[in-house]
Design a protein around this ligand. Structure first.
Ligand SMILES: [Zn+2]
Length: 144
């Protein structure tokens, strides 16, 4: 069922003229907006990204990379949902994302997606250098 925009009476989905008042019911008026995630969703992507970077730096690079990529996947799926997002008008998308009311919902996911190459580079560095140092430290601790 959809609602007549003029009188509010519910009419069948396949009918384009209101049965009560005769008003035309155009598809654009009744079309359901593409569902966007709540601002909390954007915050979660940011928290996962920060947690991932923290884990790479301090605990275990592979675990950190995994946590970051969960956040990255969530952020990317949210960004792809936006109709302004495409390679051509990424600038417009970015501008819109950082408007006040959109920062949590789109700004954070945009950052999480954009910094991905840096985090991958840091993760590889962590995997080769940091994890080796940590492993060596563990072994030293066990022996001492
Ligand atoms: Zn009507």
């Amino acid at each position: 069922m959809k609602k007549c925009p003029k009188c509010g009476k519910e009419v069948m989905d396949n009918i384009n003229v209101c049965t009560a008042c005769g008003a035309k019911i155009t598809e654009s008026k009744v079309k359901v907006e593409k569902k966007e995630a709540a601002p909390a969703y954007g915050v979660i992507t940011g928290v996962l990204a920060i947690a991932g970077i923290y884990l790479i730096a301090n605990v275990w690079s592979l675990l950190g990379a995994l946590v970051y990529f969960v956040g990255f996947g969530m952020a990317l799926s949210e960004i792809k949902r936006d109709k302004d997002f495409s390679d051509k008008n990424f600038g417009d998308f970015a501008k819109k994302s950082f408007k006040k009311q959109n920062i949590l919902k789109k700004g954070i996911p945009a950052i999480v997606v954009v910094i991905m190459p840096l985090v991958v580079a840091y993760g590889i560095y962590g995997w080769i250098i940091l994890d080796s140092v940590r492993t060596a430290q563990h072994i030293t601790d066990l022996i001492m």
